[in-house]
Design a binder for this molecule. Structure first.
Ligand code: WT7
Length: 647
């Protein structure tokens, strides 16, 4: 049986948020469920600075989504930067907007709201002078420097659409995204320091865009290291921006105009460009950041994700800035110079809300409690996690060792496509259970269905779906609306399919069990098995390959590859290196196969379909429970696979 933790008094005391208690949560959730349209319209009007306030909530819905995307607040106009910056200038102009810590402990920078506003305007003027127009796509391939946030906001200010590519992606992956988005301008930096390494960002851009129609590359100088240069195309950021004016009138945008594209892996094909729009996304980012974390005026709020993923978009930049918070940005890794880095920063900066991923918690916990206890963590109040299911042991360690039982834990379930958190405790209101993301936010209507799409009631298990749109939901896949429809809305008519499985207990709490499609979640980063397989197949000696996930102590899931070699080739450490080399160059250094098993063949049905279920079971160490094998073309292959299993 799982225990329930009441919210510590330190967390409930002094809450000024709109949902300070369990009763307020229940009341708000019911009110929102009764009329989501009215609920969200009111929140949008309260929280966002509009040029023209919207009068319409939702138009369209899941059933008509094939014909046209649903919309929120369609008659509203705004520029999101006026909510994130301008509105704060009079009241919080000298408040720190961005508090940055570099790779080297203690190397810090701060930008007040006034300074951030001026920097964004300078870059906005620069972008316009480079020819960037509203609706143009701009690729950002940068590390965790304040200038990355400045770049996002400058794009938004001029009405351009940013598409951030995580710095751990390869030149090839970057190239795919530049091509798919049709971007003609790329913003990057010379190098990104990470622990003892320097990530060669500019050199990777050069390799990635070779031969493409990219007209301008603007390069922020971070390390001063030598970088390749293409005269006539490349420009130094500091040379352009220092002479640009700190005034810029934000471009008016429709609520449904795209704000950004973020590429994410699916179960098939190449990554898709998930499109988020302006008014609805901002409404949702602002509201969820406030109610989940209960952020207060003098908080130092720290989300240590990378801005290259959706977590950083919504909960480092747009949500916190919309709420006038001080948002922390961290350039380095949790284990540099040692595994006490996070708590060292908590002490030095007085961080009160701290948001990270289970994989980081597990990695740090493995180094022992001393590296935590050495630092003063009394400033902490709320501890968040995101990205993958958190195992109860890691949860308790976070709660007891890091938070000393004084803080509440918010396990937040959401996705790139959802724009913001959908299922999570509200810090001051929701009793927690280790391992459960708990309850849906107001305005969010989740459900569980079985294979046939039948809704399950009460305590049950099934596929997690959402039955009604919310403002932060992605509207389409860039350039491929049909793919959006077939990925999310064709499994179950009229329902958004999340791709996750879940259980709901007797208190209505959700327990996310993980992906049910062919998407892996490695250290909280999404990787498609199809993507990994096509990278592995580029290696000459490979005939066939199938990739599945398996339970991994630190990463949550690890990558397990079954490889059939061409005749005449033999398994060796060198072949494994070549295979991982291909993964590194096609996807990026953050992706790799953890375990290889070389097999004489893959288990297939008589019609030639690989039976992944069997491969998954073997990789999970459950080779004894394979179930019905009678449909296999050659059942003997399974015996060989079981004998050679790596787990
Ligand atoms: C997938 C989405 C949301 C930002 C980071 C990942 C898994 C996410 C949780 C959680 C259990 C979680 C799901 C989801 N996931 N948060 N709290 N508990 N699983 O974004 O790359 O779009 O991946 O991450 O499987 O579908 P993403």
């Amino acid at each position: 049986m799982s225990e329930t933790y009441a919210v510590p008094t330190r967390v409930t005391q002094g809450s000024r948020g709109p949902i300070p208690s369990a009763e307020a949560y229940r009341e708000t959730w019911l009110r929102a469920a009764a009329n989501p349209d009215r609920f969200w319209l009111q929140i949008a009007r309260e929280r966002v600075v509009w040029r023209t306030a919207p009068t319409i909530g939702l138009e369209g819905g899941y059933r008509e989504v094939r014909e046209r995307p649903f919309t929120w607040f369609a008659d509203g106009t705004l520029n999101v930067t006026e909510t994130c910056l301008d509105q704060h200038l009079a009241t919080r102009g000298d408040k720190t907007a961005i508090l940055w810590e570099g790779d080297r402990p203690g190397e810090t920078r701060t930008l007040t709201y006034l300074q951030l506003h001026a920097e964004v305007n300078r870059l906005a003027n620069t972008l316009v002078s480079l020819g960037v127009r509203p609706d143009d796509r701009v690729i950002l391939y940068m590390g965790m420097v304040p200038e990355l946030a400045v770049a996002m906001l400058a794009c938004a200010r001029v009405g351009a659409i940013h598409s951030i590519v995580f710095g751990g992606f390869s030149a090839e992956a970057l190239r795919d995204r530049v091509l798919d988005s049709g971007a003609r301008v790329v913003l990057t930096q010379d190098e990104g320091p990470r622990g003892t390494k320097r990530v060669p960002l500019k050199a990777t851009v050069d390799a990635g865009i070779e031969g493409l129609d990219v007209e301008r590359v603007l390069v922020y100088r971070r390390t001063g290291g030598e970088v390749p240069w293409v005269a006539g195309r490349d420009l130094w950021w500091h040379e352009q921006v220092s002479s640009a004016s700190p005034e810029f009138t934000a471009v008016e945008r429709g609520a449904e105009d795209p704000l950004f594209i973020l590429y994410t892996s699916g179960s098939t094909g190449k990554p898709k460009g998930v499109v988020h729009t302006s008014g609805g996304y901002l409404t949702y980012a602002s509201y969820t950041h406030q109610v989940v974390f209960d952020v207060r005026e003098d908080d130092v709020y720290a989300c240590v994700a990378d801005i290259g993923w959706i977590t950083g978009h919504t909960y480092i930049v747009y949500g916190p800035l919309a709420n006038g918070a001080t948002t922390f940005m961290f350039e380095s890794v949790p284990t540099y110079p040692d595994a006490g880095r996070y708590w060292d920063m908590v002490e030095r900066h007085g961080i009160s809300v701290f948001y990270t991923a289970p994989t980081a918690i597990r990695a740090i916990a493995a180094h022992g409690d001393d590296l935590v206890k050495r630092y003063d963590r009394s400033s902490l109040r709320v501890l968040g996690t995101v990205g993958e299911p958190i195992n109860p042991d890691a949860w308790r360690w976070y709660y007891e060792v890091v938070g000393e039982g004084r803080c509440t834990i918010v396990d937040t379930w959401w996705q790139t496509e959802t724009g913001g958190i959908l299922i999570a405790p509200l810090a001051p209101a929701t009793p927690t259970k280790p391992g459960s993301a708990t309850l849906p936010l107001p305005g969010i209507l989740p459900a569980l269905v079985n294979q046939e799409g039948e809704l399950q009631v009460g305590p049950s298990s099934g596929y997690l779906v959402i039955t009604h749109p919310w403002p932060g939901q992605a509207r389409t896949v860039f350039g491929d609306h049909e793919r959006y429809v077939s990925t999310y809305f064709s499994n179950y008519e009229g329902l958004y399919f999340t791709g996750d499985g879940a259980r709901r207990d007797g208190d209505g709490y959700y327990w996310i069990t993980g992906r049910v499609d062919d998407v892996l979640n490695i250290s909280g980063h999404r990787l498609g098995t199809a993507e990994l397989e096509s990278a592995l197949l580029t290696v000459d000696s490979v005939a066939e390959v199938a990739v599945v996930g398996y339970p991994h102590q630190v990463k949550g899931q690890g990558v397990y590859a079954y490889v059939v070699l061409q005749p005449g080739f033999e398994a060796s450490a060198l072949v494994e290196e070549a295979l991982n080399g291909a993964v590194r160059s096609i996807i990026g250094p953050f992706a790799r196969v953890d375990l290889f098993q070389f097999v004489p063949g893959l288990p297939k049905t008589r019609s030639g379909k690989v039976m992944r279920r069997i491969l998954r079971k073997v990789a999970e160490g459950e080779a004894e429970a394979l179930g019905d094998l009678s449909t296999l073309a050659d059942p003997s292959v399974v015996e060989v696979i079981k004998c050679g299993a790596k787990v």
